[in-house]
Design a protein around this ligand. Sequence first.
Ligand code: HDE
Length: 729
Amino acid sequence: MAKKKNVSASDTNPVNDKIVGLEVHKEDSSNELMTTNQGVRINDDQNSLKAGSRGATLLEDFILREKITHFDHERIPERIVHARGSAAHGVFQVYKSLAKYTRASFLTDPDKVTPVFVRFSTVAGSRGSTDLARDVRGFAVKFYTDEGNFDLVGNNMPVFFIQDAIKFPDLVHAVKPEPDNEMPQAASAHDTFWDFISLMPESTHMIMWLMSDRAIPRSYRMMEGFGVHTFRLVNEKGEAHFVKFHWKPLLGVHSVAWDEAQNISGKDPDFHRRDLWEAIESGNYPEWELGVQIVPEADEHKFEFDLLDPTKIIPEEIVPVERIGKLTLNRNPDNFFAETEQVAFHVGNIVPGIDFTNDPLLQGRLFSYTDTQLIRLGGPNFHEIPINRPVAPIHNNQRDGYMRQTINRGKTSYSPNSLGGGCPFQAKALEGGFASYAEKVDARKVRERSPSFMDHFSQARLFYNSQSEPEKNHIVDALRFELGKVETVSVRERMLVILAHVDNGLANEVAHGLGLSIPKTLNGHLNQSIPADADPQSYQPIVKEGSLARSESLSMTGTIKDSIRTRKIAILAADGVHEPSLTLVREALENEGAIVEVIAPKLGKIIAENGAEIAVSKTFLTGASVFYDAVYVPSGINSVATLSAEPAAVHFLNEAFKHCKAIAADADALQMLQQTYFVKKLPEDKSEKTALREGIILHDNTKKLASTFIQAIALHRFWDREKNRKVPA
Ligand code: HDE
């Protein structure tokens, strides 16, 4: 049990109870002889057994048969949603006891280090699809607590498309590739998705998030996570509070540009996977703080939305997020399939001190996750797969089934029993036995939606109004892109009506891009998701204004922008580069924790002006500006001349400009910038203020350049550059 502080999150070779537990299952072939699965040593793994060297292969070749049979069965069904994912091990530690709210041991003992396994994912694409799809990201955390596994199976957006689990198969059928031609892959920009959405106004708030840059994160390490549903925390006395869970990344919340995302998808579809892997390998352990919004039970009905409605947030202005602990990912898996693919999350895995609410989406999920693992992992014993095993011991009367690993001893597998001494015993609450929160239920069985769920637009509007100008423009662009890919005009028009309920300006701008106008009247009702015998009127959205005009935390503008830690910076150079400048800037960046790579016309080394040799990381063929957060061009007459004549180098800069990244160049490297299309937009003065406004740093003093460049990179992007939308690159 992880009672003692046995690991520090920053250990370079972190060990915790879960890691130790996994150890016994590991295999390492170094210096070993090859065997069959029966342990028989293999003498020839190159040739099958034949009747003569040119003869037919013999059926008796058990080595060939075993190898091929295993191979034939190496694939399991991919997850129906969240198929594409990447994961890592880590630890969680609470800052101070939350005993006032919960009895969960991992939330009450600040000395306790709880092992975790976290899987990030996209939703719609297949296992091999791009990381940079416009999509929701899964953020699933398995806490191996000493009281059993607690899974916080969340997303990087705080709301969801639908309010009731019964609509989930419809939503997923609509967003997945269309069934006749299996197109498009990992994309929502197609008719069936928008057809469904345009008939389901409850999805409007989520659509605002999905069309925002939150759907194209810069890194898994730079996105928020949310439990989405309202859960309950229950303390030792049995008192409950409602709770919403948040993950706040310590590197801030940052996204890429849509054009950049599409480029990355072609050049490195593993971009997020690689980023996570490399950060952990290099000791840059990703960190998040766990936040909670706590609401007393008595306040359940005090909000202008329903706490049980998963299409609503509790604005942070109304209930602040209290940061209660830290998650650190500090170890990559050893084997993708065994760990990342076979991990089985379940929103229903809770521990004493945490409980559910009646959110109808959550209630449906409670069924779905076990059910899906049964087919995906092939039987009821998936909890025995090493990555899924709790660190807490398991004792019960469940037995047998496919792939059973545990060898249960004794005669009794039933309870009550006397032959087995009554074992295993039920645990009293004081012994840590789970007791469900005794919520009072007194109701009729109905298939209905509560009227308190019917305000579908006020929070969508709150989200839109809380965005900065560039963020709003990105939403307009995203909608124009997505609806532009929709071929059915009536679907586009229905969406315009929905958007008009959010903001007329938004709807008009999207309409303009689609060459349409917002239809005056809708053919039929806004909400078409109505039971056959219900009054359609009672299912129509309630259109109302929320009391809050803006909520700062919904915009990424105010996120953390004071560090360049783990940011990737390209230095463009060729033979003849001025080595002292290159080295000074490189060292200044690296001192701040950035990762610097030299890009040159060819691999190997470049010879600097002063004869120094500089190793090249990538060429213009293997590197691209979309892999970097910023770019620097050092001086050196020959280097600058070579790069200026190299179209790929000029393109590199043009693209970095287009994607609003910080660009620095020594004054002597100006010739290079003169080849770019943004030459006319170069700042006129060299003041730091201008440089930090424009994101272009030109300086003859390399030291000053470096310090301004560092501040500029920390600002992430200079979205205002997009005001002039003529950005070819
Ligand atoms: Fe999931 N979801 N989901 N989901 N979900 C799955 O379980 C489901 C929902 C989420 O990295 C599946 O093991 C239903 C909301 C994540 O392995 C499946 C409903 C949220 C992951 C399933 C929802 C999520 C899943 C597919 C509506 C955010 C990936 C494979 C009632 C709070 C976990 C699997 C991983 C995966 C069902 C809605 C998050 C089919 C029925 C809301 C992060 O069971």
